[in-house]
Each structure stands twice: as structure tokens, then as C-alpha cells.
Design a protein around this ligand. Structure first.
Ligand code: 6PG
Length: 473
């Protein structure tokens, strides 16, 4: 009897890869796994129980264990390792085999790899997967892009393993080329923005409101029961009750205030700058992480740089109410910025993205899942080409309803000398966006003055240059 062949292959059997293998197997698919690190293969075999899961110990054994045309998923760190794995696999693969890169690869790498493999009649897809270890095991949000017929081959499996909202799977075909990884990158940019905004509310509640960790847990729990309901708010509430194993303190108070990053937030900002799409909350979040990294410098600066002389006074409940409004307002603008970037990128890179579908598959499984996404998806289904989410009637009304709160809150934060860069960037974005007139006429004049860059007029077509009243010398 011929040796049994497996439906799917997984390379990279760390926690994410292994969890996804077990998720697939629990949905009736047989999966073969390989990892350079033999211990991970041993662990897969130890944990697989009765599932149809095979551990393999060489790329050759791995490739030969798969049904043809093969479908191979990679869950390895982004960067050179992905290329190394592809190089190792390529001579062993045949026409129509499909490699899916499920890590956080840069979208330009995905485009290059897709082209390179297409020359050998093989398919390559960039597939964003969000939801961390739990998501991989019990249902992530999945963002696949690339060749549509290749997607159709794997759609039943992706639908089975993905998170569900009601009966709807949190996966859909997103578009051509590197669109899957692009959408995942922007997902992460939004993730950075939202995490920063929540952290700013924590700083104000702690420093200004003097809330204890129990009180903080209660505030975020209450928020999570309202319009701010989201995965990130819910885990924030949990964080404040976690006890430290090593001391008698809460764990949060023992964690260094300096956050790392793998780079997807910065990539989002970089690409938005290149496409000239403003995403200031996400930019502020990336900058804030960089500033958090300057711990030693900040410790020294606290002794040197003066803040306001007097402490600002605000009643605790009032502060909580204002922060809820500010966070809601800023959260909306963060999604709006991410969506605006996707809209522009879709045109620039010919992805053919459907923003309503993207908001839909983000409703479950992923890190930025939130009840607000229901409304966002509805807004884009009604007006797919709307220039900005903030212009959708329902969303505009939500912003109008909470703008008084964010304005007052920013005043309090500024008066108290407490940094809220994300929240400030959010309001500045909104106020700039809703201004028919901006002082860019002066920018044009300055450019023409010092560099003869020319300017456009508001009363007639054409390009103009003036001989300005130049300063002597
Ligand atoms: C997800 C996350 C994940 C990401 C981490 C860490 O959707 O599951 O976005 O893919 O790698 O959040 O990102 P940073 O190290 O950049 O914070």
C-alpha cells in the first residue's frame, strides 16, 4: 500500500506553527510538519495525541510526505530565514506547488518571492495571520493575498481554522500580489496605535487620577462592556489584576517602561509617508515606542526639564468619563487612518482591496478585533469609495458626540504636563481634516521665496513665480 500522504505541510514548529497544525488537524486535515530544530519536531510528536499529524526530520522527507500539488505553510521569522527555507525547498518541489508565508514579512519581499517562484511555475502567497498563540490554536483572523486560483485551493482549510463571528469565517481572499501581507502590516500599524492610546489613558488614570491597579482593572472592564469593547481593552483589564510571581506586587508594576518592536508599525508609517497618506496616530505610536526605549535618557531628563509648576486637579470620575470619550474618538480616527492607507495602497499596488471585507475579517480572532469594526464594515459596504471613514454619517456623528471630551482631556493633560501624543495626534488629524482652509498658502509662498519652487493660485489655473521682496544678503 502506498505511504499515506498529508493534506498540508507546516515549516516552523514553534508555538504559533504547532498551534496552527493542531488547529488544522482538529478540523479534519492531516498535516506534516518540519523544523530545523529537531526538538520542536519531537515536541510536535509528543503533543499530537490521536491527530493525523506527522513529524518529519528532513526537507526531503517533509516534501515527500505531502499530497500533490503541495501546500506548504511557513511560520518562520520574517527576513532571510524565509528565503533560506524557500531555497531549500525549491529543488524538491514541482509545478503548481504552493508556498504560503504566514509570518509578518515585508510586502515588497512577498512580491519579489512571488515573482521568483512564478518563474518555476510555483505559487507563493503572503498570508497575514493575527491572534497570537491562542488565535493560532483556536481561530485566528487570516489575511491571504496572491493568486486567486491558489487561494481557492486552500480556502476550505482557511475557513475551517479561522475565527468565526456568528457563522462567518474571519478570512477572505483580499487581493492580488502582496495584499495579504500589506493588510497585515496595516493591521499591526493600527495595533500599535490602539495600544499606545490605551497606554496614554493608563498614564493619566495612574498619575493624575491616582487609581490603584484594582480601580484600573475596573475602569477597563467597564469600558469593555461599552462602546470601547475590544480584545485590547479586555486584556488591559486582565493585566492589572495579575500578581507577580517573584514579589508581592502586581506584575504590571514590576515591568520596565520600555517597549520593544519587531518593526511592522514602523513599516506602516514608512509606507504611508511614501504614499503621502497621513496616519499621525500610528506615527505617534511608533515614536512613543522609540521614546520609551530611551529609558536612561528620560531618567536623566526628568531632573533637568521642568514641567508645569502646579499640579492639575480633576475629579476622578470626571477624568474617567473624559478619557472614555477621548479614547473612543481616537480609536475611530486610528481605524480611519489605517483604512485610508489601505484604500490608497490598493490603488497604487493594484490590490483590489474591499475595505468592508477587511473590517469584517478583523471582527474576530485578531489583535485589533473590536465591536466598532461592525460599524466600520457597514460604513464601507454602504460607501465603498468614501474618501475617509470619518466622513461616513454614522461615524461622523460618533466623533461629534465625543469631541468635547477629547478637547477637554487634552487641555487637562497639557496643563498637567502628561504626554498624550496619540490622543493629541488624533484630534489634530480630525481638526486638520475638517478645515477647508489650511495655512499651506504660506508654505507655498515660503518655498517660492527661497527656492523659486513656484506656487498655485486660488483664483486661476497655472503655475506662478513671484519676485519676492528679498532680504538683502
Ligand atoms: C498579531 C500581532 C503579531 C505581532 C506582535 C508583535 O496580529 O498577532 O500583530 O503579528 O508580531 O503583535 O509585534 P511587535 O513586536 O512589533 O510589537
Amino acid at each position: 500500500m502506498a505511504e499515506e500522504k498529508y493534506d498540508f505541510g507546516m515549516i516552523g514548529l514553534g508555538t504559533m506553527g504547532r498551534n496552527l497544525v493542531f488547529n488544522m488537524a482538529d478540523h479534519g486535515f492531516s498535516v506534516s510538519g518540519f523544523d530545523q530544530d529537531g526538538k520542536q519536531v519531537d515536541f510536535l510528536e509528543k503533543e499530537r495525541g490521536e491527530r493525523k499529524v506527522l513529524g518529519t526530520r528532513s526537507p526531503k522527507e517533509f516534501v515527500e510526505s505531502l499530497k500533490q500539488p503541495r501546500v506548504i505553510m511557513l511560520l518562520v521569522p520574517a527576513g532571510k530565514i524565509v528565503d533560506a527555507v524557500i531555497d531549500e525547498l525549491k529543488p524538491l518541489l514541482t509545478d503548481e506547488d504552493l508556498i504560503m508565508d504566514c509570518g509578518n514579512s515585508h510586502y515588497t519581499d512577498t512580491d519579489a518571492r512571488t515573482l521568483a517562484l512564478a518563474k518555476h511555475n510555483m505559487h507563493f502567497m503572503g498570508v497575514g495571520i493575527s491572534g497570537g498563540e491562542q488565535g493560532a490554536r483556536f481561530g485566528p483572523s487570516i489575511m491571504p493575498g496572491g493568486n486567486k486560483s491558489a487561494y481557492d485551493r486552500i480556502a476550505p482549510m482557511l475557513q475551517a481554522v479561522s475565527a468565526k463571528v456568528g457563522n462567518e469565517p474571519c478570512v477572505t481572499y483580499l487581493g492580488t500580489g502582496s495584499s495579504g501581507h500589506y493588510v497585515k502590516m496595516v493591521h499591526n500599524g493600527i495595533e500599535y496605535g490602539l495600544m499606545q492610546l490605551i497606554s496614554e489613558t493608563y498614564q493619566l488614570l495612574k498619575e493624575l487620577g491616582g487609581l490603584t491597579n484594582d480601580e484600573l482593572q475596573q475602569v477597563y472592564t467597564n469600558w469593555n462592556n461599552g462602546r470601547l469593547q475590544s480584545f485590547l481593552i479586555s486584556i488591559t483589564a486582565d493585566v492589572f489584576k495579575q500578581q507577580d510571581d517573584l514579589t508581592n506586587n502586581r506584575l504590571i508594576d514590576m515591568i520596565l517602561d520600555s517597549a520593544g518592536q519587531k518593526g511592522t508599525g514602523a513599516w506602516t508609517s514608512e509606507d504611508a509617508m511614501a504614499l503621502q497618506v497621513p496616519i499621525p496616530v500610528i506615527d505617534a505610536a511608533v515614536t512613543a515606542r522609540n521614546l520609551s526605549g530611551l529609558k536612561d535618557v528620560r531618567v536623566a531628563a526628568q531632573q533637568k526639564l521642568k514641567g508645569p509648576a502646579n499640579a492639575v486637579k480633576v475629579e476622578k470620575q470626571e477624568l474617567i468619563n473624559l478619557l472614555e470619550q477621548a479614547l473612543y474618538f481616537a480609536t475611530i480616527t486610528t481605524y480611519a487612518q489605517g483604512m485610508a492607507l489601505l484604500q490608497r495602497a490598493s490603488k497604487e499596488y493594484n490590490y483590489g482591496l474591499n475595505l468592508a471585507d477587511i473590517a469584517k475579517i478583523w471582527r474576530g480572532g485578531c489583535i485589533i478585533r473590536a465591536s466598532l469594526l461592525e460599524q466600520i464594515s457597514a460604513a464601507y459596504s454602504q460607501q465603498p469609495d468614501i474618501a475617509n471613514l470619518m466622513l461616513s454619517e454614522g461615524i461622523a456623528a460618533e466623533l461629534a458626540g465625543s469631541q468635547a471630551g477629547i478637547r477637554e482631556l487634552i487641555g487637562i493633560a497639557a496643563e498637567g504636563g502628561i504626554p498624550v501624543p496619540g490622543i493629541m495626534a488624533s484630534l489634530a488629524y480630525y481638526d486638520t481634516y475638517r478645515h477647508a482652509w489650511l495655512p499651506a498658502n504660506l508654505l507655498q509662498a515660503q518655498r517660492d521665496y527661497f527656492g523659486a519652487h513656484t506656487y498655485k493660485r486660488n483664483d486661476r489655473e497655472g503655475v506662478f513665480h513671484s519676485h519676492w521682496n528679498q532680504k538683502e544678503g
